[in-house]
Design a protein around this ligand. Sequence first.
Ligand code: NAP
Length: 247
Amino acid sequence: MTDLSGKTALVTGGSRGIGRGIVEALAAAGCRVAVTATTEAGAEAGAAAARQSGNEALAFAGDVRDSGRTQAIVDEIVAKWGSIDILVNNAGITRDTLLMRMSDEDIDGVIDTNLKGAMYACRAVAKPMLKQRAGTIINISSIVGITGNAGQSNYAAAKAGIHALTRSLAKEFGSRGIRVNAIAPGYIETDMTKDLPAEVTQGALAQIPLSRLGETGDIARAALFLASDDAAYITGTTLVVDGGMSI
Ligand code: NAP
């Protein structure tokens, strides 16, 4: 079993879905976890789930699009816990439609949240992690950042950007003991996918060799692996967790 006792983590968008699953897995491995969400109540729900494992947890309301808020959250974590060992950039949104119909808000909202939000958080943890000469960053992307998807050009572009960000930071930080990786989930059952039309879900299922939709635990276990010393020689990679959907 993975042991992360003594470690500290920040998970963005940890109120529900994939982020919540990662929060619970990190806490169960002994980690102290700080959880963000857009609301205090959402962040607190994630932190309360983490505390079920008997570990300390912190809750922060914070929009990842607000770089100043992200910096303040990281500063508070370091002030309270003395370190930040793991960052999981999970917060994300979709605004799906064909490019011709996409508004400026659809484009900016998705790029600002999924890509720039992650970049701000990476920048905020860089200083403490470089000082520690240790740390690991996990960016949650998507297989559509590799394959592309009609109706998701904003989201796919943001997630492809995450892959480039991941590889670039792996090169920038590697010599200082900091690993940076991405996880590209396939179709995972969460609030993000629950309102998709039945034919979209059936179509996705038909493309998945392992014949089931993904669960949040599938991504959480991958995150736990990348966060742990079992992945000590892995950096700059994108781990696809999609039941084979993208092959
Ligand atoms: P979800 O259930 O909709 O949860 C999204 C999370 O992100 C929530 O915690 C939400 O907080 C948070 N969030 C959204 N905008 C935010 C902002 N501006 N600032 C801070 N937090 C924000 O989505 P999910 O399915 O778990 O997705 C999590 C990640 O996995 C995303 O990056 C998504 O792109 C990626 N992903 C998902 C799938 C899938 O099939 N589900 C597939 C590939 C990749 P609130 O509760 O406060 O709104």
